[in-house]
Design a protein around this ligand. Structure first.
Ligand SMILES: [Zn+2]
Length: 290
């Protein structure tokens, strides 16, 4: 709801200020896509994990390996979390990835980690939905604007409890991985990359919307790991997210994670990202920690 106020006399002038890209893309170190393409031509599949519908699974990927998220049956959205496998405090930073790249990501974009690390955890090396671009509703695929479906928001809006939201699926999978309980580890679950999800903001009210995912069996998005990763992927209860989520109403399908080993010689010259070199004093002399 918008409170209608009488605009000031210079409203048009104030609104005519020119937009400036907050983080100029040209300032970002660009991944060497040509080198990455050469590396992926020599990769060899090592392992795979099936994520059942309305559930999640974890997986581990070493620096220099690739992982793919594959649609294997019907159209299905996946919610991805990533951590530094040696330090769960360093995890995927959906908001800064959005600010640095765009609301939706594809080949050549990087998945950045949280402060105070802020480095590329993985680079998207291939995306079979890269053709989609932006549709007439302003929607794109693979967003970093949604957060994940969760039982708390569901309870807030519906007054009922549902245990198969992506947040809960990710918490259960992480608990299994760490030998803990979902309640004890759910604070590690974070805002996701919405894999295969087709979303945007409505033109009039700027509300977050979803529409049927264009993903089909055989489509995949692929990542090149730039640090050692622990990942978790949930097959969202929303299925293709064409209508609902946070319930058992939608048709849901499994997803597959495939892990590929790189040829050691082919990654010998890759420049691995370090954690940010900022000194972390935040203006307090003597408090530098780096
Ligand atoms: Zn979900």
């Amino acid at each position: 709801m918008t409170l209608r106020l009488t605009p000031p006399a210079d409203a048009a002038a104030r609104r005519s200020a020119k937009p400036v890209v907050v983080y100029p893309v040209g300032a970002l170190p660009k991944p060497d896509i040509t080198a990455l393409e050469a590396i992926r031509q020599k990769m060899v599949k090592q392992n795979e994990v099936i994520v059942p519908p309305r559930d999640a699974r974890t997986f581990r990927v070493k620096r220099g390996q690739f992982f793919r998220i594959v649609c294997v049956e019907g159209a299905q959205v996946g919610d991805l979390n990533l951590w530094n496998s040696h330090d769960l405090m360093e995890r995927f930073f959906s908001g800064k990835t959005r600010a640095l790249h765009a609301t939706h990501v594809s080949t050549g974009d990087r998945l950045w980690s949280t402060l105070p690390y802020l480095r590329s955890m993985a680079t998207i090396s291939h995306d079979t939905l890269g053709w989609y671009g932006w549709d007439e509703d302003g929607a794109g695929v693979h967003d970093v604007i949604g957060t994940r479906c969760d039982p708390y928001t569901n309870r807030l809006l519906s007054g009922s409890d549902y245990d198969r939201c992506c947040h809960s699926n990710l918490a259960r999978a992480l608990a299994t991985e760490l030998g803990s309980t979902p309640g004890a580890v759910e604070h590690h679950v974070h805002d996701v990359l919405n894999v295969f999800m087709c979303t945007g903001f409505t033109k009039g009210s700027h509300q977050y919307f979803m529409k049927a995912s264009p993903v089909r069996a055989g489509d995949f998005i692929e990542f090149f790991a730039e640090i050692d990763l622990l990942g978790a992927l949930s097959a969202c209860p929303g299925g293709d997210c064409s209508a609902t989520h946070s319930s058992d109403a939608a048709a849901c399908h499994p997803l597959k994670i495939e892990i590929f080993e790189s040829n050691p010689g082919s990654i010998a010259h890759w420049s691995w990202p370090s954690a940010s070199a900022y000194h972390r004093s935040h203006g307090t002399p003597g408090e530098e920690t780096r």
